[in-house]
Design a protein around this ligand. Structure first.
Ligand SMILES: Cc1ncc(COP(=O)(O)O)c(C=O)c1O
Length: 399
């Protein structure tokens, strides 16, 4: 069945103003998301914020159910927080780890996650090691199997990294980790909304994501999936009224993922997240994923054929995040010129995934990330603009 691009674009007011190829940063929101959020902000300013939340209780509470449905989880296995970094950090800090425990992490891990682990290793004596990767840059399950022993207490990996189109084999790793006592923490920040993500299929214990990227939800939203069977092994470092059951007999953390939530929440953002996830489910992630894959594959092929352009992505199955460098041209210069031409892209610095980028001698690259609502003619505009840049003036030389 042909993809209904006309409806996708009609639902997205931003496409009338910009060629948005920074979806791995934050996507253009569909109209329904913006309208639901602005309606709630208006209500807050009219009747009072607590009172508005009471009136909109089911819309505010929808986010947990929608995210759970998206991930194949139960709603009590979902905590909603303000970013993926927060979700990841909360999860890590709750895991009982001690000196000598081994923690394995993917070399493409997002910079903030990597930093949290470095900090943890410094404070506790936990041993940090990188997961083995194959020639395509993918975590290598066969090599990993050899490394797993009973001192490994945590395996953490990015499903899709920030700076590359590769899609890591999370389900195969999940299968191996499940045979041990280690916990398996997946960063699905770039994959949720872009490709199907099912926590039971991946068999992870913990998974984080955010609303603003491929889910097309609001900024300042993130979530944490906690497998119900492991929740009681996790002790949150922050005790908030929503995450605690407190009575005359004492206090205990709430069951499931709710133990990671406090009381305060941005109600409009939660509403927007729920609407965005329902909107994504309405399209069907499998269907939109096919479109993203096709658009990105065609774009990669065209870019690879352009003189002076190198496609840096690895992996076997590749997603909508396309990473490129240019002979003699600074990605910042290219991004600036594209911005002037009405085309949004992004520059990834090596602190985004320092282990991987520094090892490959990449200090920065241009990330062009496509979503299903991008049109073929938008990509043609990008190709023409890049063609002009790479064959034209090379005034700003990449140092
Ligand atoms: C792979 C990956 N993980 C985690 C994050 C952090 O997400 P947030 O900015 O919501 O904390 C990002 C952000 O770009 C990311 O790309």
């Amino acid at each position: 069945m042909q993809f209904d691009l006309a409806t996708a674009r009609a639902d997205t007011p931003g496409v009338a103003h910009v060629v948005h190829l920074n979806n791995a940063g934050a996507s253009l929101a569909p109209r329904v998301v913006t309208e639901a959020m602005t309606a709630h902000l208006t209500l807050e300013s009219t009747v009072g914020a607590y009172e508005a939340a009471e009136r909109a209780q089911s819309a505010v509470g929808r986010a947990h159910h929608a995210v759970a449905r998206l991930l194949g989880a139960r709603s009590d296995e979902i905590a909603i927080v303000d970013s993926a970094t927060r979700a990841w950090g909360l999860a890590l800090a709750s895991i009982p780890l001690k000196a000598g425990d081994r923690v394995l992490v993917s070399p493409v891990e997002y910079g903030s996650n990597h930093l949290s682990l470095l900090h943890l290793a410094e404070r506790t004596g936990v041993r940090l090691e990188f997961l083995p990767v194959d020639a395509n840059g993918l975590v290598d399950p066969a090599a990993l199997e050899q490394r797993l022993d009973d001192r490994v207490k945590l395996v953490a990996m990015a499903h899709v990294p920030m700076h590359d189109g590769l899609v890591n084999p999370v389900a195969r790793v999940g299968e191996l980790v499940r045979r041990t006592d280690a916990l398996f923490l997946v960063d699905a920040c770039q994959s949720v909304g872009q490709l199907p993500v099912d926590v039971r299929e991946i068999d992870c214990d913990l998974l984080v994501g955010c609303g603003r990227k491929y889910l097309r939800g609001p900024r300042g939203t993130g979530f944490l999936y906690v497998r119900s069977a492991v929740a009681d092994r996790l002790t949150p470092t922050v005790a908030g009224l929503d995450g605690i059951q407190w009575d005359a007999g004492g206090y205990r953390f709430a069951p499931g993922a709710r133990r990671f939530e406090t009381w305060e929440a941005n109600a409009a953002a939660r509403i927007g997240l729920g609407v965005a996830v329902d909107y994504a489910l309405g399209w069907g992630v499998e269907r939109t994923w096919q479109r993203i894959r096709t658009l990105a594959a065609d774009l990669r092929a065209d870019l690879a054929a352009m003189p002076g352009v190198t496609v840096e992505d690895r992996g076997v199955e590749r997603c909508g995040n396309v990473a490129v460098t240019f002979d003699g041209l600074d990605p910042f210069h290219v991004r600036g010129e594209l911005l002037r031409a009405g085309i949004n892209t992004w520059v990834c610095l090596d602190n985004a995934a320092c282990q991987d980028m520094r090892q490959r001698g990449l200090s920065r690259l241009l990330r062009i990330s496509v979503h299903y609502y991008n049109s073929e003619s938008e990509l043609e505009r990008l190709r023409c603009a890049l063609d002009r840049l790479t064959t034209g003036s090379k005034a700003t030389v990449f140092a």
